[in-house]
Design a protein around this ligand. Structure first.
Ligand SMILES: Nc1nc2c(c(=O)[nH]1)N[C@H]1C(S)=C(S)[C@@H](COP(=O)(O)O)O[C@H]1N2
Ligand SMILES: [Mo]
Length: 506
């Protein structure tokens, strides 16, 4: 056997990949725990899950159960960070994936330019026959002779090729398909995957394959000719004499990496606002770079049609109760005839009171679109309302200092960080989002007045973002200079309470 080459770049990208895969997988499990069910159907109708990780039964009725109630608390030993922190889990996922992509790119480019790809990508059909022979040996609890490893045997080659050039790209493609920014720009692409739930389920299956691969791969390194594998991995050369040393270093490295995975969970949980600050600082540039170009496509050529309309629509946030807003309850009981939208404020120098009829007299925008919650469920509806920009224009030109729009609700937050008293639900949009023609104040869904549990009489609908930005039971809308002065200063209730990103485009 010729001495195979395991250059330093190969060994280090491999180690970095191991560290990052742990971050990506564990934060992915955190996201899954926030809605522990999987569907192929895009309306996520109760009882139609193909897999669930919870014993809870879903009520068939709409508007009595929220997705937040369905969230499961995962142990920080298992997920990143654990304990119902989907917002932080999503930040970790974003950071992990960004670094993993970068590392993967370096690996693949070097693999191709050095010619080492020939070792893992089979170039002859014989590989299948040889892989089968290896498999038969393994199934008999045997080990193929060392001569078969050049340095990888046929089965390994197939495995690596499928993972590196099949499953990894699949994870990237399905991950992208779950971003509302991408969906609002290329709706057909999401449909290609069978919709949001198709992409989500395939992403999950890819994760299972990845996880099994990692377990088998690490297991086999230690079980099949470890006296070759471990010195290759650690020192880069065939040196069976240094096996014991390589073994110790490999095991110690694994222990350190696993320890680091767990430490990241506990470090995050120890001070969640700090973790949020650090993660936002690290992920925001990537977010800007990747998503700035995804503007929703203007015009109304949509890929979603009446045939896609959902039977069921999940709820997140129940209508205001008597201790939240007697005012809203009175409006509801009176059919919202006296309800008025408070438009404007300090910065505009005036406040307008707009009735539902006033709003309905403005130009109407209607489109069929998918709503996705950051927890993972989706529903397709026909939304109708008035463009937020048109409504803001009633106040006159944008005040020069105004950089954001603040939208408040009659309803309170479902929960606050650290069980603080619940504050009125609010959300802040930036100028780009406000200007999108599909950012609307919706008063109708599926040709009927907006349902009470979905935000009656008026709710926000932002096509390019996840649901948490879309305030239900709107009370007021105004221009503001900076969102730092409101709530905890993160730009929204779910940002404050779940430490989710300000911009919900991914
Ligand atoms: N007032 C208010 N608006 C809210 C919420 C809430 O709890 N209160 N939840 C948000 C979240 S997280 C989502 S996903 C959507 C859910 O909208 P739906 O209940 O109409 O499906 O509403 C958003 N708007
Ligand atoms: Mo949500």
């Amino acid at each position: 056997m010729v001495d195979p080459d395991f250059p330093l770049w190969l060994r280090s990208t491999h180690l970095i990949n191991f560290l990052l895969m742990g971050i990506v997988l564990r934060s992915g499990w955190e996201i899954l725990a926030s809605l522990p069910r999987l569907w192929w159907r895009n309306d996520c109708k109760p009882g139609t899950e193909w897999l669930r990780f919870t014993r809870r039964r879903l009520p068939k009725e709409e508007g009595v159960y929220t997705s937040l109630m369905d969230e499961r608390s995962a142990h920080p030993l298992l997920t990143l960070p654990g304990r119902k922190n989907v917002g932080l889990g999503r930040h970790w996922h974003g950071l992990g994936v960004s670094l993993w992509l970068l590392n993967g790119l370096v690996y693949v480019v070097l693999l191709l330019t050095t010619g080492l790809w020939r070792r893992i990508v089979p170039t002859s059909w014989d590989v299948f026959g040889q892989a089968w022979d290896s498999l038969v040996v393994y199934l008999g609890f045997g080990v193929p002779a060392i001569e078969h490893f050049q340095p990888y045997d046929a089965l390994q080659m197939l495995g690596y090729t499928v993972i590196v050039f099949g499953v990894a790209p699949l994870m990237i493609l399905t991950g992208i398909a779950m971003s509302p920014a991408v969906r609002s720009r290329f709706p057909w692409y999401v449909k290609l995957w069978g919709g949001h739930q198709g992409a989500r389920s395939v992403h999950f299956l890819g994760m299972v394959v990845m996880t099994l691969f990692i377990i088998m791969h690490v297991g086999l390194v230690f079980l099949v000719h470890p006296e070759y594998n471990l010195p290759h991995m650690v020192f880069g050369v065939t040196d069976t004499a240094r096996y014991a040393q390589a073994f110790t270093i490999a095991v110690a490295t694994i222990v350190v990496v696993v320890g680091l995975w767990i430490a990241l969970s506990y470090l995050t949980l120890a001070n969640r606002p700090r973790a949020h600050r650090v993660l936002v600082t690290l992920t925001e540039p990537v977010r800007r770079l990747a998503l700035a170009r995804f503007k929703p496509r203007m015009g109304r050529q949509r890929s979603f049609t009446e045939d896609d309309l959902s039977e069921f629509h999940w709820t997140n946030g129940l209508p205001p109760t008597a201790d939240e807003s007697t005012e809203w309850l009175a409006h509801r009981d009176a059919g919202f005839t006296d309800w008025r939208l408070q438009l404007g404020g300090e910065l505009s120098g005036k406040t307008l009171q707009l009735s539902l009829e006033d709003l309905q007299r403005l130009p109407r925008t209607e489109y069929i679109a998918v709503h996705t919650c950051m927890q993972g469920w989706s529903a397709t509806s026909k939304w109708a309302g008035v463009s937020l920009q048109d409504v803001l224009d009633l106040l006159g030109p944008r005040p020069p200092a105004a950089q954001y729009v603040l939208i408040t609700s009659y309803g309170l937050a479902q929960e606050m960080i650290d069980h603080r008293p619940r504050e009125p639900f609010y959300s802040v949009l930036d100028l780009d989002t406000v200007a999108e023609p599909e950012t609307i104040l919706a008063y109708e869904r599926n040709d009927r007045p907006l349902e009470v549990h979905l935000g009656a009489p008026l709710r926000l609908r932002v096509e390019s973002q996840h649901g948490y930005k879309m305030v239900k039971w709107i009370r007021s809308i105004e221009w503001i200079v900076d969102y730092a002065d409101y709530g905890d200063g993160r730009g929204g209730t779910r940002e404050d309470a779940a430490l989710q990103a300000f911009n919900g485009r991914i």
